[in-house]
Design a protein around this ligand. Sequence first.
Ligand SMILES: Cc1cc2nc3c(=O)[nH]c(=O)nc-3n(C[C@H](O)[C@H](O)[C@H](O)COP(=O)(O)OP(=O)(O)OC[C@H]3O[C@@H](n4cnc5c(N)ncnc54)[C@H](O)[C@@H]3O)c2cc1C
Length: 399
Amino acid sequence: MTTDVPRTADFVIIGGGVHGASLAFHLARKKAGRVLLIEKKFIASGPTGRSTALVRRFYAMDFFTRTASAAAEMFRHWKDVVGGDGDPGFQQVGMLALAGPDNAPNLRHNAMQAQKVGARVQLISPAEVKALVPAANVDDVALASYEAESGYADPSSTANALANRARDLGATLVQYRHVDAIRTAGQKVVGVRSEGIDIDAPVVVNCAGLWADRLLRPLGVEVSIKPERHQMCFFRRPSGFGVHPAVADSVQMTYMRPEHGDLTIHGKLVYDEIVDPDSYNEGADPDQIVKNAELIAHRFPVMEHGLAMGGYSGLYDATPDHHPVLGAIAPYEGLFADFGWSGHGFKHSPLMGDIISDVILHGRAKDYDITPFRWTRFRENDLVPSARWAADPHPKHRV
Ligand SMILES: Cc1cc2nc3c(=O)[nH]c(=O)nc-3n(C[C@H](O)[C@H](O)[C@H](O)COP(=O)(O)OP(=O)(O)OC[C@H]3O[C@@H](n4cnc5c(N)ncnc54)[C@H](O)[C@@H]3O)c2cc1C
């Protein structure tokens, strides 16, 4: 990949995570003009590279059900829709979401609503879960959903496949280069400043994840990004316990999926530790490994014989409502955003570059209304409600 830095571009994308890479690909695919992506380290070196990368299809909100379902189809048919030599490493192991008696009505409602907007998900009983995965303990499960065509991907391979395809189609990728500032003249974007040089561009897109707020603050745009530390643990499955579906477990508030070989990666859904994204403990805490071992052994009792294999931490770029900031950054002409995915952005990523590039090029995306995700919602106190698969249904945001 090139390290020469052009001094002008039609579009500058800040950040080479999976969202910046997707946007570069779609802009290049649409022959929109000169696309320049600048990444301060290497492609997928941020949270993307540490993602669990579940690819699943439904939420308590139509917008995300539709984007997740469409993106899941892109993962399944990558060669046809993205092309090139890249491979996102999609593994169609299936996806189970488990609910206890408290959450079962919400799961039922949300899955049925998701079916109405086209998500390929079915509701199944605890006995059917047991038939699917005989090793599962379903004593505390009241209802489950199953997505046979979902699974997980390799996050780094996905971002690199998109970035490399963007480069093949004419985009310029610059790695190990920091963008220090977004330059404006009045209320118009004129480019960026990067390590002592000015790069002129009429359109700048902030895909800087955890660091996106720092670039906006000097422009008077205040968006709170809290770096939440999430710990993921690896366990070796005992012989006889093979590949299992990915599991999102709202009874235990955990999730897991198979990893390479006979490993399973397992984590809790909620953590509240806020850290410095430039200096934090990237490992897993010993007490969390023990806690995760107990939780996985509750769901799969055979894992009492499994081996704890350590773990790592990754960061969520958490906004106040745990939803992203998308689209134009008012009042600046030429400034756009796709950041703040708060731990659920991987699965939507191949599609999101298509949506954001349409918004940049045509003022709107044909099939998707992204106005609920405008940055000014935080100022207006118009937050987007939780969209988790077992969250309370909320008609207001059925966009
Ligand atoms: C442990 C963990 C598990 C997850 N599991 C899932 C999951 O199962 N399913 C799912 O859908 N999502 C999941 N996610 C969330 C998902 O991975 C993220 O939402 C997604 O990867 C975010 O991609 P991004 O491109 O927006 O941001 P990032 O990956 O943060 O990329 C931003 C990039 O911008 C660069 N950058 C920042 N500032 C500058 C600057 N000034 N100049 C140049 N470059 C800059 C950074 O170096 C970084 O590479 C998980 C995340 C974590 C941490």
